[in-house]
Write a protein of this length. Structure first.
Length: 290
């Protein structure tokens, strides 16, 4: 009996699909300043745009356009931070038509504007301290105007927790001062101290987009939950679920700004920066207070 064999075309480095994908990566990496379109790339490789899109997405896990945006964003960060170029010059260096397109790129992928990304907490003084709480150890961070950060960790992981939070505002000045944060910690985790007449002072430090998302989270009643799509609609940007998810993940005041009440599209629990176990514990703790 004869057995016919065929050379695989999409699973080996020698296959034609691999060669096409590697060529696309090369073209986008080397020619990002030209911001080539899918049609232009497909024409250069002698492929149809539709087939090229499918092939690249299957192999890389993202579209050629998304890959180009990632490459462009990486170079934008280098130009803004390391070379300290102004926004206009950075835009033109990247092959973008102007700062508005650079702004859109950052808002979509970083949930903040390029100017805000570049500043990163400059001029801020943040005091911090570690305190026991129902969810492990709480890292409380405050400014002169109120609570600016709340994170969680297990005992022994304080250093990693602080470094994670401090990386959000690398240009800020940090002072360890548990006396300054103890009062906030005591009030946050004592439901009897919650009062609409005397609200906790909260300082949301982020981009305009992030703050709108975090303010939407504050509207979610205890014991309730919403999806990222719900939040996107609430802030008037129904197609921005992806950027909303990024902003929720960057919420610096966990629990108080209740990002643990945000769910995935299906209504299932999604990833939580401080761990899904802690997210479940928060939801259960709140349910017991109703």
């Amino acid at each position: 009996m004869d057995i016919k064999t065929s050379k695989p075309t999409d699973i080996t480095p020698q296959g034609s699909d691999y060669e096409i994908v590697s060529r696309v990566v090369e073209l986008l990496t080397e020619n990002y300043r030209e911001q080539p379109s899918l049609d232009a790339i497909a024409s250069d490789l002698g492929q149809s745009p539709t087939q090229l899109q499918k092939t690249f997405t299957r192999w890389a896990g993202l579209s050629p356009k998304a890959f180009l945006q990632a490459v462009t964003l990486d170079h934008a960060k280098r130009l803004l931070r390391q070379e300290e170029l102004p926004l206009l010059e950075t835009s033109f260096e990247l092959g973008l038509s102007g700062p508005s397109r650079l702004h859109d790129l950052f808002v979509t992928h970083e949930a903040m504007s390029p100017g805000e990304w570049k500043l990163r907490g400059g001029g801020l003084t943040i005091r911090y301290g570690f305190h026991p709480c129902p969810f492990g150890v709480a890292l409380v961070m405050v400014t002169d105007r109120g609570l600016a950060g709340l994170a969680f960790n297990d005992a022994g992981d304080e250093k990693a927790s602080f470094e994670d939070m401090a990386s959000r505002w690398p240009n800020a000045r940090f002072i360890e001062d548990s006396a300054a944060t103890a009062g906030y910690a005591a009030r946050i985790f004592d439901a009897k101290e919650w009062s609409a007449e005397e609200p906790l002072r909260v300082v949301l430090i982020g981009s305009d987009f992030q703050i709108r998302v975090w303010e939407s989270l504050l509207k979610i009643p205890m014991g309730k939950a919403v999806t990222y799509s719900d939040i996107a609609c609430d802030i008037g940007q129904p197609t921005a679920s992806r950027a909303v998810g990024a902003a929720v993940g960057r919420n610096p005041i966990s629990f108080v700004v209740p990002c643990h009440r945000a769910l995935g599209k299906s209504g299932a629990l999604t990833g939580y920066h401080w761990g899904l176990t802690r997210k479940r514990a928060m939801l259960g703790w709140e349910a017991g207070k109703l």
